[in-house]
Design a protein around this ligand. Sequence first.
Ligand code: ADP
Length: 269
Amino acid sequence: IITPVRDERGRLCHFIAIKVDMTERKHAEKILRERAEELARSNEDLERYAYVASHDLQEPLRMVSSFVQLLEKKYAEQLDEPAQQYIASAVQGAKRMHRLIKDLLAYSRAGRPGRPFEPVSCQEAVRAALSTLEMAVREGGAEVTVDRLPVVQGDRAQLEQLFQNLIGNAVKFHGENPPRVRIAARVDGADWLLSVSDNGIGIEAEYTDKIFAMFRRLHGGSDYPGTGIGLAICKRIVQRHGGRIWVESKPGEGSIFYFTIPRSEAARV
Ligand code: ADP
């Protein structure tokens, strides 16, 4: 770096030259870059591995469950009570594994580049999600209110999946009262702020971040079946759309899941 130095009359009197040795900094930057590339490569490998594993596991599982079901159908009368129980447990296990694999695949797909973004009506995405959830909504006696929702730039299938997971949870994690669910949206600066609120069992403050991690479940068992992957999928989808997702909740009173989607068309992958 060379800087001219002038006297009080503005006449040039001398230069100051500073030599900076960049070798060490460049070396450190090179190592950092290499590490980042290595990490990205190993993440990609892991992603591919998870995708292939979950995809290829479907076929043998289908075989196991269809033969066990055949056994149940054809030989049930010749089998005694315990044998029938064993078969029922095997069918249950296969069903649970099928759900897990399906969710793992969805998680894995949510992290892949996917389809290019297009204008997607959130109103229609919610309608599609509700039609998939029709049985759960009807069985739970849920009342679902949908406000006016915007059109955003996004991946239609992923946005449907996002609403399906959030509304599905809002219906599932209900308390004594029948579920009341509301889907709303408003402008928040450069973003749309969308919300899915419920009057369910709620979440303790210390867990509101943790539930977005894979396999993290606060409530399980037969009351609330699930795999603990749903919210991890939601997080991936929202991040791919350039937004954030979080929850505000009061145990025993209900939860509001919020997520943002940029309003600008610049939000692309
Ligand atoms: P799953 O629904 O399969 O258990 P998720 O990843 O969708 O998995 O959710 C993780 C956990 O977060 C759930 O097991 C539950 O404990 C909690 N949770 C999610 N949504 C709600 C909700 N609307 N109300 C209360 N708890 C919730």
